[in-house]
Design a protein around this ligand. Structure first.
Ligand SMILES: [Zn+2]
Length: 262
């Protein structure tokens, strides 16, 4: 789930090539040769985001994946800084401020659905709600970020890497958010504070839909979390070490490409 912000102008249909995407990057355990990545844990203890179909807060999902992502980045020779690990960060703006000096800001979230799409159910005596219609990851970038080109490149490489590993994207957010890269479920969300106030390339990752009862189970599976984190770290390394964004990446888009209705 994402907090706040304005609608971006319609855009989409990026056709630029994924330059050097998914290049093989050797593991470099213990080293920090390649600079620092900031990994932001979305939401807080006081405002923990959506509640899963089985009653777990989004913040807890974000924390589990964010910790694995930092571990995987360290294996690849980055230092990694967790932002908001304690869930006590005071504001949205404090997140990009805490990322100062990092090469990339990666904000970790898990997705929900619209309130009207929820259905009630009982689980272990609790009255909860769910929606099994949508599943999968998606990514968001802001054109108000100072390095939109690199932000888009990193987002689409993460999407490409995850899809190559068998993770499936969702196009549920294409109903409201224009695409930067439809093939990899990368959307524009210009007004997101955590992205637009960052001084470095930044992207927001929605790992999956926690209101979906099957996907919730997958998103809680430690082996799968580690595998997804490994894919993200591989893609970040490819983007920052080998990737070359097109000069016109943020403006190279053709006419809007909207998904077929779901
Ligand atoms: Zn969220």
């Amino acid at each position: 789930m994402i907090m706040t912000a304005a609608e971006p102008a319609m855009h989409g249909g990026c056709v630029a090539v994924l330059a050097a995407a998914l290049a093989v990057v050797p593991a470099m355990a213990g080293a920090a040769l390649h600079g620092e990545i900031a990994v932001d844990i979305g939401h807080t203890l006081a405002a923990p985001g959506a509640t899963s179909a089985r009653g777990r807060s989004e913040f807890e999902f974000n924390l589990d994946l964010g910790r694995e992502v930092t571990a995987a980045l360290r294996v690849r020779g980055f230092s990694a800084r967790l932002i908001n690990e304690d869930g006590l960060i005071p504001s949205l703006k404090a997140r990009p401020q805490a990322a100062k000096g990092a090469r990339l800001l990666l904000s970790i979230h898990h997705d929900s659905v619209n309130a009207f799409e929820l259905r009630p159910w009982q689980w272990q005596g609790q009255a909860l709600d769910y929606n099994d219609d949508f599943a999968g990851h998606s990514l968001f970038v802001s054109r108000d970020n100072p390095d939109t080109a690199r932000s888009i490149l990193c987002a689409r490489i993460i999407g490409a890497r995850l899809q190559r590993m068998g993770f499936e994207p969702t196009h549920k957010n294409g109903r409201r958010r224009a695409y930067a890269d439809p093939a990899h479920a990368v959307h524009y969300y210009d007004g997101l504070a955590v992205l637009r106030h960052a001084h470095m390339p930044a992207l927001l990752f929605e790992a999956g839909v926690i209101k979906n009862r099957d996907e919730e189970g997958l998103l809680r599976d430690p082996a799968r979390i580690a595998r997804m984190a490994d894919g993200i770290a591989t893609a970040v390394a490819a983007c920052l070490l080998n990737g070359q964004p097109a000069d016109d990446e943020p403006t190279a888009d053709g006419p809007p490409v909207l998904p077929s209705s779901e």
